[in-house]
Design a protein around this ligand. Structure first.
Ligand code: 5GP
Length: 182
């Protein structure tokens, strides 16, 4: 069943999101000090975060897009990360910034960070997530940059989906799991 948009409660408004993303970009600008970076957007969930973030980055940058999946049609992770599509250029000697929508168990981030480490000798590898859901963490992964910490909620909007829907919402919100899984 699709939950009506009016049943989705706002957790972070569009203004809160853009304000926080500008702050993260400012931190990155002062860290990288104009050095070139390669931004890797983890599709599909991080698409809105990444596009808003890069607007406020002032160093030369390239963008790559990769796809992984662990959720399927559920509101809890399968615990297994599938590499749906990872095609990356030569990242040796580059500053790499991985951008995810949300870090939950940390399995996706760990998979990616290990993948980069095994395949390239980067100059630096950093990991940013718009949301940090710490309570279900199953790895020792912590994002280098994050927007907001959240508790045990399944969130949608601003790129995040449930069963492919709600990615277009301007805000991040949540509906009761019972409504979503009905
Ligand atoms: P992890 O591998 O850290 O457990 O999960 C990472 C991925 O799970 C995220 O990139 C995201 O696609 C999905 N995910 C985790 N929590 C949520 C959530 O609350 N809502 C949505 N829509 N996806 C989530």
């Amino acid at each position: 069943m699709k939950v009506k948009q009016s049943d989705i409660k706002i957790l972070f408004s569009e203004d809160q999101l853009t304000t926080r993303i500008k702050e993260i970009a400012a931190e990155m600008n002062s860290f990288y000090k104009g050095e070139e970076i390669c931004v890797i957007c983890v599709l599909k969930g991080a698409v809105m975060f990444t596009t808003e973030l890069v607007k406020h980055l002032d160093m030369p940058l390239t963008m790559e897009f990769i796809r992984l999946s662990s959720y399927g049609h559920s509101t809890s992770t399968s615990g297994k990360v599938n590499a749906v599509e990872i095609k990356l250029p030569d990242l040796n000697g580059k500053n790499v910034l991985i951008v995810e929508d949300i870090v939950d168990t940390g399995l996706t981030a760990k998979f990616l960070l290990d993948f980069i480490k095994c395949n390239f000798h980067t100059k630096s590898t950093k990991f940013a997530a718009l949301l940090d859901k710490k309570i279900f963490r199953r790895t020792d992964i912590e994002p280098d940059y994050y927007g907001f910490e959240i508790d045990d909620k399944f969130v949608v909007g601003y790129g995040l989906d449930y069963d492919g829907f709600y990615r277009n919402l301007k805000f991040i919100g949540y509906a009761d799991k019972s409504l979503l899984e009905n």
